[in-house]
Design a protein around this ligand. Sequence first.
Ligand code: SF4
Length: 278
Amino acid sequence: MFNLLRESLRAGIVTTSYPATPAAVSPHTRGRPEIDWSGWRDVRPAAAVCPTGAISHVDHDGRRTVQFDLGKCIFCGLCAEADTSIRMTNICECAARSRGDLITEAGYTLKPDGAHDRMISPPSSRTLPLDDVAREIQARTRKLLGRSLHIREVDAGSCNGCEVEIVNLNSPVYDLERFGIHFVASPRHADMLLVTGPVTRNMELALKKTYDAMPAPRLVVAVGACGCSGGIFGENYATRGAVDAILPVDVYIPGCPPNPHALLHGILLAIDRLPERT
Ligand code: SF4
């Protein structure tokens, strides 16, 4: 007992002060890719190796629309190996309230060999329409749930990579409970549904029933590339793909898997609890 106490005192405070201070992540952490859009000479080598179709292009009348979908990206780094215009970063705070905010598009004119000639439309995210009533309801829900929050997690078909990271949220380092946020066993006690994995057809009904059992107002957070887009699995005979094919999603957290900082960022974003940074 004495040894345990001595060890605790020796270790001191291990809990991160995130989000009051920036996320302290290792330089070796695999985060989102960064693209040099203006200097990008040819999307085709990167698109050819991307296993999820996160990088894609459409050619029409001598022009090319290039798309990067962070919601599909598994941070594998193959594109960066194939193309010097792309580099991997350790940036993990990538969550977004709209699926469209994860998609960036740019336009180029083409040379005869199919390489990019010049950029004709700069990179911008795809704004998806959200009517005023829906926006008002979302804002009110976030305000109502801005204090104590109860989360029910559902694995709708994940490989359990996301679960390993979610478990870490309750460790002394991340200590989710310091925000008044708790995981609960029953959807009847939950304010937020955290969904991992592509939604398998076997789990579709269970996911819907879990959502229906939650009292309003309720939030849904899609976790990882699979939750955001279906990820490496996409939509097939066994899965329905992204969570938003089944339920209305309030926040998307990209990554494969998203690390605890990324999860914390997404959860706090969903309830408007991130401090303003200057
Ligand atoms: S890091 Fe993302 S964009 Fe690049 S190849 Fe992997 S999945 Fe595709």
